[in-house]
Design a protein around this ligand. Structure first.
Ligand SMILES: *Cc1c(COP(=O)(O)O)cnc(C)c1O
Length: 235
């Protein structure tokens, strides 16, 4: 099993490098449902960024890996009852999509840690019931984040509708990112691309790709698997 993961990591890194050319692209290894031992395995190969969707699972894994220097990324649906723990225990939040979570996140960020890196999740395909703000709402949300010294606005994140052409969504996101960068200094991150489409995302300007199954193999299916089941797991 661990050999398969190491082989997959080499392949992923090669494909990222080929798509990125000279541009730096960060690989966020999405470790949801995977044990801490898998995180250790990747960390030993120089992987520094770990993505997690489920708060309780992530906190247990962080405790298991407390001796490692890692950047932890919360990429799951952000409910208000979780924002405090996310602000306390993560380095990055990819899924901010509501203004009313901004102040609680800032308040909860411990004073002895650097500001929480924040990405605004955009519902780029305007899917009903999907997380993410509408493109028109980015500017106000970004201003709210930028006004908080305990938060650091870094850019945008998207999870396009797999049923549509991801190239269209990626190009749209790149344009939204350029608009945002004109309004705010320090915008340097565009988180898009997963196992099925990360090279395409990189060619459209992604600076961070979130890869799970291409590293670890298929995840166990939850009943009614999908975004809703992911949220249900936490309740
Ligand atoms: C699970 C997940 C990923 C990784 O998906 P793969 O297709 O397994 O690479 C990336 N981003 C988010 C937000 C996820 O929930």
């Amino acid at each position: 099993m661990s050999d398969a993961i190491l082989t997959a990591l080499s392949a992923c890194r090669a494909r990222i490098a080929a798509a990125a050319g000279a541009r730096p692209v960060t690989l966020v290894a999405v470790a949801k449902t995977r044990p801490a031992a898998d995180v250790r395995l990747l960390a030993a190969q120089g992987v520094t960024d770990i993505g997690e969707n489920y708060l309780r699972e992530a906190l247990a894994k962080q405790a298991d890996c407390a001796d490692l220097v890692l950047a932890w990324h919360f990429i799951g649906a952000l409910q208000s009852n979780k924002s405090r723990e996310v602000a306390r225990h993560f380095d990055w939040l990819h899924s901010l999509d509501r203004e009313r979570l901004v102040a609680p996140l800032a308040r909860a960020r411990p004073a002895d840690r650097p500001p929480l890196n924040v990405l605004i999740q955009v519902n780029v395909d305007d899917e009903a019931g999907k997380a993410g703000c509408r493109p028109e709402a980015i500017a106000a949300l970004a201003a709210a984040v930028a006004a908080e010294p305990r938060l650091r606005l870094r850019g945008l994140m998207a999870l396009p509708d797999p049923a549509r052409d991801p190239a269209v969504a990626f190009a749209h996101m790149a344009a939204l990112q350029r608009d945002l960068a004109r309004q705010h200094a320090g915008i340097d991150t565009l988180s898009m691309g997963m196992s099925a489409d990360y090279e395409l995302a990189i060619r459209h300007g992604a600076t961070m790709v979130r890869i799970g199954s291409a590293l670890f193999g298929p995840r166990p299916r939850h009943p009614g698997a999908g975004a809703t089941a992911d949220v249900a797991l936490e309740r």
